[in-house]
Design a protein. Structure first.
Length: 309
């Protein structure tokens, strides 16, 4: 491995924490990190800041399991595209892509803030994928969206996508998994490697647990091993087509072994069922929607346009 500059050594340290959460790089390095959720979320149906400029997106606050979750809806025709951000990122991560998707497809485009991010309320305790899946399903149902959904999931949101698809295949017409966490990666050996690599960052985060980035790191780390052993067993339904975009560099580029395992996991997932396609985002970091937006748009629009199986 070539010697790392100070800038890249900093990125390497950030990617050690990234190894545990497999977050978007910006979430860990504070580029585009979310502010704490406000104590008093904006009223339902109000426009988001981005919506004021675009004149289309509306904020809808839904309630699930005792907490409020912010959904941002750009209305369109009967098709729906749901964009789910990586760990530590809120709905604003997709701001540049939403108007382009809406203009190109005419579909309703929905983004949302997971609990503790953006305008959504904090839920204390460890991060539970079941709760995240429940929030997404409850939000879509309360918005009247129960079928013909194309789910687009980046990074840690891949875990939500896999459980959501397994439990609700009839709601989905397809999915685009953008450098996403996928079950084949999380063998017992790889889980142990990721936990060990991330331990210094977890210990450092404990010194300032109220910081939104640290809160996300700590909540995910708390039950990481059992959560990802269970995730390793999740089976994507054959009825739901999926495009798997894998970055060339991966979120684990500082470790050639782990980076190759990331790519291998994407290839294994793509080969494990019908209707799955593997696409490599050449030259891209883990931050594929920022590095290769045209590629991401192309694959989403292709999935939306594909005839129902």
């Amino acid at each position: 491995m070539s010697r790392l500059s100070p800038k890249h050594r900093s990125a390497y340290r950030a990617l050690s924490a990234l190894a545990l959460l497999t977050l978007t790089a910006g979430a860990v390095t504070a580029c585009g990190a979310s502010d704490p959720a406000p104590k008093d979320p904006a009223p339902e149906h109000s426009a988001s800041p981005a919506a004021d400029r675009a004149g289309a997106s509306k904020l809808r606050m839904i309630t699930n399991d005792g907490h409020r979750v912010a959904f941002h809806v750009t209305p369109g025709n009967g098709r729906t595209i749901v964009l789910d951000s990586g760990g530590g990122e809120d709905s604003s991560y997709w701001n540049a892509l939403v108007p382009r998707l809406h203009a190109d497809t005419g579909a309703t485009v929905i983004t949302y803030d997971r609990a503790g991010l953006g305008r959504s309320e904090v839920v204390p305790g460890p991060w539970k994928v079941e709760s995240a899946v429940g929030d997404l399903k409850a939000g879509l149902e309360q918005l009247g969206v129960t079928r013909n959904v194309t789910l687009v999931s980046h990074s840690q949101a891949g875990e939500i996508a896999n459980y959501f698809a397994e439990e609700n295949p009839r709601m989905l017409s397809g999915a685009v998994l953008v450098d996403a966490n996928l079950p084949p990666l999380f063998t017992d050996e790889e889980i142990a490697r990721l936990v060990a690599a991330s331990r210094p960052q977890v210990d450092a985060a404990k010194k300032n647990p109220d910081d939104p980035r640290n809160r996300q790191l700590l909540s995910t780390a708390e039950n990481y091993v059992p959560t990802h052993r269970a995730f390793h067993k999740v089976v994507w339904p054959d009825a739901v087509p999926a495009t798997v975009i894998v970055s060339e560099k991966t979120p684990l580029e500082a470790s050639p072994v782990d980076a190759q395992r990331w790519r291998d996991a994407a290839a294994t997932f793509a080969k494990s069922g019908p209707g799955r396609t593997l696409v490599t985002a050449e030259g891209s970091s883990h931050d594929v929607p920022k590095d290769r937006p045209d590629l991401v748009l192309k694959e989403i629009e292709g999935m939306v346009a594909a005839p129902a199986s």
